[in-house]
Write a protein that binds this ligand. Structure first.
Ligand SMILES: O=C(O)[C@H]1O[C@H](OP(=O)(O)OP(=O)(O)OC[C@H]2O[C@@H](n3ccc(=O)[nH]c3=O)[C@H](O)[C@@H]2O)[C@H](O)[C@@H](O)[C@@H]1O
Length: 465
């Protein structure tokens, strides 16, 4: 859920350099040696630099927010609007530092953790931050509140955290000075890095944002962590999508992950390789968690279970994908509370990093775990459960799955997480969706959403099997 701050271009803004032909080189040399063309050359050069800076600026974005991405095939280079790019949000100052320190204070002695949670206004980030704080750990959140999906939902999650005493810093994971400042003020024992550009299908619409958040952003976090003294242990969100076209089931950590089906998956896979580098060179203790389609209250509106709910209530048709020869599309949907348990167990079992001041002192822990539910459910079944809880019949359109980065099925083998983390998911899809629907109806009726109200009054009496 994070994105770039103003200024520094990453991969999307780069131009391809081409080797000029010798003849062109000679012409260019001659041209450069006369004074007027030299002036013209540098003016044009400066103009080009300014123009490219304009293009990469977050403020240059004019396209509409994402979240409803399943139909677009037009690739755009778009920078998501963040709180710091559209308002005067800043960080720093004595009052700000005081709030950071106070939020980081451990109330669970002697074993309390001090955790920096990136993407803390996100779905998983909010839940884990809350749970850590409740048990007495120090928690500081970081989030850039970008507009990939409705920022008001992120603000509502922030209000929830703030109410329980967790301070959320508004800023970007690509902001090196901000990260250094945070590590200067607080000796974080752990970083739970959840900030990312999520969503499989949106990667075809806005590829640059995936590279920026999931590759450059991850490196930025690891750079700050490796230079910090003491170095924190890192736990971060990878994804079940790294299994890509793997056909061995259930997916186990030892299976192939070199055939991603989407750019999103490729950036998460790249993250796992980058983690290896920082572990190897700097002695950072790093744990990657492959989440399997996490759902639940306070979830992400760009995910199918969420927008299916919205559209069913609004009486709009929903599109259900099917594979070749009518093959069922299924997901190992995992309830948020189980994921929270897996994240906390990963933090608790993470060993200390072994470096200091950027120098490795010895080998450090490097782990990857599947966090799934181990029982895949077809998407049509997900829709039936929603219909039951919403008491509304869906207008279903079954279509052949477009080539959009989606895979046919996911299924986690969680033996390793069970053994090493004591991870045991306990919520099935029916129970989890019941809790989601309850939250959804409460949230959107109390926040005055016409959509939820209209959907309920317009279709409340029809019911499904
Ligand atoms: O497990 C993961 O690692 C990933 O889980 C989700 O990705 P996905 O499983 O594709 O979840 P949804 O976008 O909610 O889609 C769920 C299912 O509904 C299907 N679907 C989606 C959209 C649609 O209009 N119709 C439809 O049938 C998809 O093909 C998929 O099988 C998240 O969106 C990713 O950020 C996350 O990394």
């Amino acid at each position: 859920m994070s994105h770039m701050d103003a200024g520094v271009p990453s991969t999307p803004g780069k131009f391809k350099s081409e080797k000029p032909h010798h003849h062109h080189q000679r012409l260019l040399l001659r041209w450069q040696h006369s004074p007027l063309p030299k002036f013209l050359f540098w003016s044009l050069f400066a103009g080009a630099v300014l123009f490219s800076l304009f293009l990469i600026s977050p403020r240059s974005s004019s396209s509409s927010p994402a979240g409803h991405t399943h139909s677009s095939s037009v690739t755009e280079r778009r920078f998501l609007r963040t709180s710091s790019s559209s308002s005067s949000a800043t960080w720093g100052g004595r009052e700000w530092e005081k709030r950071v320190r106070s939020s980081a204070r451990v109330r669970r002695h002697p074993f309390g953790l001090t955790v920096l949670v990136t993407g803390a206004a996100g779905f998983v980030g909010t839940h884990v931050s809350n749970a850590l704080h409740r048990r007495g750990d120090g928690v500081v959140g970081l989030d850039n509140f970008n507009d990939y999906y409705d920022p008001s939902l992120k603000r509502a999650r922030q209000a929830l955290l703030s109410h329980s005493g967790v301070f959320l810093v508004e800023g970007d994971i690509n902001d090196g000075p901000l990260l250094r400042k945070l590590f200067d003020i607080v000796a974080f024992t752990h970083v739970l890095h959840l900030a990312a550009q999520a969503g499989v299908r949106y990667a075809m619409v806005n590829p640059g944002s995936y590279v920026h958040s999931n590759v450059a952003g991850l490196v930025s976090i690891l750079e700050a962590a490796r230079s910090a003294n003491p170095q924190p242990a890192i736990v971060w969100a990878s994804s079940s999508s790294v299994y890509g076209l793997n056909t061995q089931v259930p997916f186990s950590e030892s299976h192939r992950t070199d055939r991603p089906a989407s750019l999103y998956a490729a950036t998460k896979k790249a993250g796992e390789e980058i983690a290896h580098v920082y572990n190897h060179i700097y002695g950072l203790s790093i744990t990657g968690l492959r989440f399997f389609t996490v759902y639940g209250p306070w979830g992400r509106p760009d995910m199918a279970y969420f927008f299916f709910t919205r559209d069913i209530l609004a009486g709009k048709p929903i599109t259900i994908f099917e594979g070749p020869d009518h093959a069922t599309v299924a997901r190992d949907f995992t309830f948020i509370d189980d994921i929270v348990q897996g994240c906390i167990a990963s933090l608790d079992t993470a060993q200390k990093s072994t470096g200091s001041g950027g120098t490795k002192k010895g080998p450090a822990q490097l782990r990857v775990f599947n966090l799934g539910n181990t029982s895949p459910v077809p998407v049509v079944e997900l829709v039936s459960i929603l219909e039951r809880h919403l008491k509304v019949k869906a207008k279903k359109k079954v279509v052949k799955m477009p080539r959009n980065g989606d895979v046919l099925f996911t299924h986690a083998n969680i033996s390793l997480a069970k053994k090493e983390l004591g991870y045991r998911p306990t919520t099935n899809l029916n129970t989890g969706l019941k809790r989601f629907v309850k939250w959804y109806l409460d949230y959107y009726s109390s926040s005055g959403s016409h959509l939820a109200k209209k959907g309920r009054s317009g279709h409340g009496s029809s019911s499904s099997s």
